[in-house]
Design a protein around this ligand. Structure first.
Ligand code: NOJ
Length: 741
């Protein structure tokens, strides 16, 4: 055995005295001392994460046995982290076994997927991105951290910062949409929100930027699929959100399931070493994705589990999530001299450092009273409602049908999502409770009071017809003055492993919509969705349409706020909505081609059966008022690569209600040494305006933001003309030109 036992009592004294105020050198020395005491088995244990939850679905005897197994591993010191363990009681029980009964008394690190809230479930991340308000979402992540840490989670596997340009991919729901500039703002905000100022405080969780890298570019939108991406797009788009997260101090990164240009991300030395640790300067902990180390066998990159484990640890993956390969394979590799124990030690150090930063050596336990106190407070609910209503995007509002009056006559609420609590929670809402959700029906009742004339009919199931459903819905519509249609996707139609080849409204609901519209009653369509959807028929036939996403625990109240005008909608699409699935991939920041689409010219880049333009462009969203843009300026008109441009535009509220406009700044580099997108978002700013009021909105753009990566992935800011566009979305805007000298 390499490490003696004699020094243990001394070491424990040291650990007990370790405090977060301690000088970094002292903390490092103590971690070194601890590593020096560890057996190889204990080291590989620290590198191992395993499922630590207790399923409610098994019988009490099996549960008892499962708990005994978890406790046994903790006592033996052969586990560093449990995933899925939650609740003060369960996590404290496990922690006690590690801290009080294992040889070295190293605390366990509890990791969980707290993606958009713990008990207070916020809208899905894609919806949060539709607020275009990173500061607000930082607060939402703070709430998640307060509740999550109080329930025993030290480490959340969030933020998910993949950029996705393919709405078929189920995990688009977890992203901030298709744009990397917007994505980077949210990545940084979420890291700050989860981690707070001090990871050791009882309201902070270690964040995990995932999935490194380019997971959002899965071919065909099929989850886990191959990624083949150009170096330019990799650097400019997919790596940029990770740069932002690292700059914001993210404590951990998760490697992705996918391969990148032939090498699995789980063992990609160029990505993990050269880019992440080298260029970005990341010095935190890297964890694999679930089982992804062994999956390198199926990828065709490793012959067996031993080779896979060796490849992953050498490439820089510190912790093995749930494949078991590190613990079962690496001891032999070290003994055989194939793996330097220093590589193992470096990984162990990063894991112990994370535990140290989280204050676990001092305060390993959770206060059960705190857990009870902080969950789903009125304040947390209020924030969830505010985020949800700010995430709603008004796509269409013919003749000002919305907002409805609070005495609208008889309302028919029709559709399978009218009273669908679970579906409001969306993907990855493991700890939210459907019984705590305000559905749309409940939200309407809350707003209209008990005497509201409100009829309800399901009409169809989400993906199947309901016998007599359409007849019943049509009858109700005919008897009513206005119809609210609650249609779209259930929560399990997006998320991991839930890609769709067709992003239409499911056929049974489409038939319901058409039958209800045929009654001629005014219809407000409320779409529930975990992705951009193809809504051509609805856009052509329904007078008013709201995108409500999966809005979380306060979804119904938030939608009612918008429908009845207590809140003027201000959400904007964070991803393009195509006309049909066949247009996918479609994203606003594409390149121009040598033959850009031209009306009447067949031999240009387009389809013969459809326009090339989307149904609703990136950045689009209406308000109950209207805005006019005028007097766009740029100053200076010339700047050096380290200078900056100040863009400004006068926005006037030309309607009759107060409202908030989101001024978006895009740029185009029309001639460069690599072709550049037709437009690229480079800034945004919101402005609140009373009816008739005008304000000049200023957006600062550092010239560095206008650069790009060349063929050798070198970052350049080239001299030449830059065209700026200031407007309400990616397909409009006033142009002003400037020069980079
Ligand atoms: C697999 C997912 O890809 C990842 O995002 C998640 O954090 C882990 N499973 C753990 O649940």
């Amino acid at each position: 055995m390499v490490h003696g036992r004699l020094a243990v009592p001394l070491l424990l004294l040291g650990l007990a005295a370790m405090s977060r105020a301690e000088a970094p050198q002292a903390a490092a020395a103590r971690i070194d001392a601890l590593i020096a005491q560890m057996t190889l088995e204990e080291k590989l244990g620290q590198l191992t994460q395993q499922w630590g939850g207790l399923s409610q679905d098994i019988n009490p005897g099996a549960r008892q046995q499962a708990l005994a197994d978890l406790l046994g591993m903790a006592r033996a010191g052969v586990i560093g982290s449990y995933l899925g363990a939650t609740g003060a009681e369960h996590t404290n029980t496990l922690q006690r076994a590690a801290v009080e009964e294992s040889r070295l008394k190293i605390p366990l690190l509890f990791g969980n997927d707290i993606i958009h809230g713990y008990r207070t479930v916020f809208p899905i991340p894609l919806a949060e991105a539709a607020t275009w308000n990173p500061t607000l979402i930082e607060q939402a992540c703070r709430v998640a951290a307060v509740e999550g840490r109080a329930a025993g989670t030290h480490w959340t596997f969030a933020p998910m910062i993949d950029v996705c340009r393919d709405p078929r991919w189920g995990r688009v729901a977890e992203t901030a949409g298709e744009d990397h500039f917007l994505g980077a703002q949210f990545a940084a905000a979420r890291v700050r929100g989860f981690q707070g100022d001090n990871l050791a405080s009882p309201n902070a969780m270690l964040a995990c930027g995932k999935h490194f890298v380019a997971y959002g570019a899965a071919e065909g939108g099929r989850d886990y699929n191959t990624v083949d991406v150009s170096p330019q797009t990799l650097h400019e788009v997919h790596l940029s959100t990770f740069r932002a997260a690292v700059d914001a101090g993210v404590g951990s990164i998760m490697s992705a399931f996918n391969e990148i240009n032939g090498i699995p991300a789980t063992a990609h030395p160029h990505m993990l070493q050269t880019m992440l640790r080298g260029q970005m300067g990341f010095n935190g902990l890297v964890v694999s994705d679930w089982g992804s180390i062994n999956e390198m066998i199926a990828h065709g990159y490793a012959a067996d589990s031993g080779q896979a484990a060796l490849q992953a640890i050498r490439a820089g993956v510190d912790m093995d999530m749930c494949s078991g390969a590190y613990r079962s394979q690496l001891a032999e590799r070290v003994t055989r001299g194939e793996l330097d124990v220093k590589v193992v030690d470096a990984a162990v150090r990063r894991i112990l450092e994370a535990k140290q930063r989280l204050g676990l050596f001092d305060n390993p336990y959770i206060d059960p009273a705190l857990e009870k106190r902080v969950m789903l407070t009125a304040e947390h609910r209020a924030l969830a409602r505010d985020v949800a209503r700010r995430s709603i995007v008004l796509l269409k509002n013919e003749n000002g049908l919305l907002p409805l009056k609070k005495q609208p006559g008889k309302i028919a609420l029709i559709g399978p999502l009218a009273d669908a609590a679970k579906d409001m929670l969306g993907t990855w809402s493991l700890y939210g409770k459907p019984e705590e959700v305000v559905t749309l029906l409940a939200g309407l009742r809350n707003t209209l009071g008990p005497n509201a004339k409100l009829g309800v009919s399901k009409g169809s199931e989400v993906q199947a017809a309901l016998a007599g459903g359409i007849d019943d819905a049509v009858k109700l519509a005919r008897e009513s003055d206005i119809v609210i249609l609650a249609v779209g996707e259930s929560e399990d139609m997006s998320g991991e492993g839930h890609s769709r080849a067709n992003i239409d409204i499911p056929q049974p609901q489409q038939e319901l919509i058409e039958a209800v519209c045929a009654t001629g009653k005014p219809v407000v369509l409320v779409l529930f969705n975990g992705r951009p959807m193809a809504l051509q028929w609805a856009a052509d036939h329904v007078p008013a349409m709201l995108v409500a996403w999966q809005g979380g625990v306060e979804a119904g109240n938030a939608i009612a706020d918008v429908i009845f005008g207590d809140f003027n909608p201000s959400g904007r699409l964070p991803a393009t909505f195509p006309r049909v699935t066949g247009q996918v991939p479609i994203h606003y920041n594409h390149r121009n081609t040598g033959r850009p689409a031209r009306e009447g010219d067949r031999y240009t880049s387009k389809y013969i059966d459809l326009p090339t333009t989307p149904l609703y462009p990136f950045g689009f969203g209406l308000s109950y008022t209207s805005f006019r843009y005028a007097e766009a300026t740029v100053s200076p008109t010339e700047a050096t690569a380290d200078g900056k441009f100040s863009l400004s535009v006068v926005v006037t509220n030309t309607g009759t209600r107060a409202g908030e406009e989101l001024v978006q700044a895009y740029y185009r580099d029309p001639v460069a040494s690599m072709t550049r997108p037709v437009r690229q978002l480079c800034g945004f700013e919101r402005v609140s305006l009373a009816p008739g009021e005008s304000k000049r909105v200023v957006i600062e753009i550092p010239a560095q933001r206008l650069g790009f990566y060349d063929w050798d992935a070198k970052f350049l800011v080239e001299p030449g003309v830059i065209q700026f566009f200031l407007g309400p979305h990616s397909a409009e805007g006033l142009q002003v030109d400037a020069q980079i000298k």
